[in-house]
Design a protein around this ligand. Structure first.
Ligand code: TXA
Ligand code: MG
Length: 349
């Protein structure tokens, strides 16, 4: 049976000690970060790491992110960090940025899925940092959810699917950002390639004077046999069982609304719902469809905080089709649209 530690108000020292003991003995701990909850184990312990793959049903070829509490810890597991990588870590850590670095081979090969690189980040969350510090070891942790399901942003959403598989759940309340970290890899020309967009955006990285490129698979599906920079790009993600359709953003909201009206007319035998901005609720309600408001227009931080929890709700709404209003593909909006395109399995309106 698993136990729950409630750290929402404060971190309790005796429980923290117990959590670090579980980690050191090779157990699994679900803990909050500033992005989403992680399901973590001692990154240096191959058997413990194997338990993460088993608990999630995660494909063996998908490497894990290693969480650290210092740059010193990064150096223990990597070889040759260049100036661009160093700058990224100095400017954005602790924070929602995972940097893919050259592994020195000390971490077990199931952490890196046999790659010569390792993804590392320092989370901006005191609970996560205290757990790493107390355990005295880097913690490998993918998002805490069964593979393919939306990532967990609150404990209630993931407890049921993981309760048989984890020793300890640490409750830190709702996570701040709500979508996973930006994953970057610096190439030979010193260009920062964004493999997975997140809160730290292309614009943010350009602002510190670096060249940035968005990987084409952020918005495009991977074709059979095509080579990818990050194994996570190939796998099915976030999709509810209900058919979902992404409505592309337009400055002129009447264009978005006309598309929905036409879609409803062409699918009059289906029960349709929409996840929409509060400002558009009246309009869609008048079309006679179920509306669930997610945020106000252009409040992308509110939207990113809610998105995974809302994707989990869709299957409980008793509808055949769920339309989701999209946002502008800029800053964190790029990350929101990347997750939504996947959740909607590339169905776009
Ligand atoms: O915000 C986050 O990053 C959360 C929290 C818990 O830290 N973690 C997370 O982990 O989202 P996960 O496993 O769900 O996603 C890790 C992503 C995958 O797409 C994986 O393919 C990629 O990072 N990745 C990890 N190591 C890599 C490597 N060496 N090369 C390329 N991609 C890598
Ligand atoms: Mg994940």
């Amino acid at each position: 049976m698993s136990i729950i530690c409630d750290f929402r108000e404060n971190i309790k020292n005796d429980e923290l000690k117990n959590i670090s003991k579980v980690i050191k003995e090779g157990g699994l701990v679900v803990f909050p970060t500033e992005t989403v909850y992680g399901i973590g184990a001692d990154a240096t312990n191959k058997e413990a790491v194997a338990k993460i793959f088993e608990a999630k049903g995660r494909p063996q070829d998908n490497p894990l992110i290693v969480h650290v509490d210092s740059i010193k810890m990064v150096k223990e597991y990597t070889s040759s960090i260049n100036d661009t990588e160093k700058k990224l870590m100095e400017m954005f850590w602790p924070g929602p940025l995972t940097v893919i670095l050259k592994s020195n081979g000390i971490l077990p090969d199931n952490v890196t899925a046999g790659l010569s690189t390792v993804g590392i980040r320092m989370p901006d969350n005191n609970i996560a940092l205290e757990i790493i510090k107390k355990a005295g070891t880097p913690i490998a942790a993918p998002s805490a959810n069964v593979s393919g399901r939306p990532s967990g942003t609150k404990l209630e959403d993931i407890y049921e699917e993981l309760k048989e598989k984890v020793e300890v759940f640490v409750n830190g309340g709702n996570t701040d950002i709500g979508i996973e970290s930006t994953v970057v890899k610096v190439d030979e020309e010193n260009v920062v390639n964004i493999l997975r967009p997140g809160k730290i955006s292309k614009e943010d990285i350009e602002e510190i004077g670096l060249k940035v490129r968005l990987d084409k698979h952020i918005f495009e599906d991977v074709k059979d046999g095509e080579k990818v920079e990050s194994p996570g790009m190939k796998h099915r993600h976030y999709a509810p069982k209900t058919k979902t359709i992404l409505l592309e953003y337009n400055e002129d909201s009447s264009i978005m609304q006309d598309k929905v009206r036409e879609y409803i007319d062409n699918n009059s035998n289906k029960k349709i719902g929409i996840i929409c901005f509060s400002e558009h609720e009246e309009y869609y309600k008048n079309m006679g469809i179920k509306c669930i408001t997610i945020s106000s227009v252009n409040n992308n931080l509110e939207m990113s905080r809610n998105i995974f929890s809302y994707l989990r709700k869709i299957d409980k709404l008793n509808i055949d089709i769920c339309i989701i209003e999209g946002v502008k593909k800029e800053k964190i909006g790029t990350a929101i649209m990347n997750r939504l395109i996947r959740a909607c399995e590339y169905n776009i309106l």
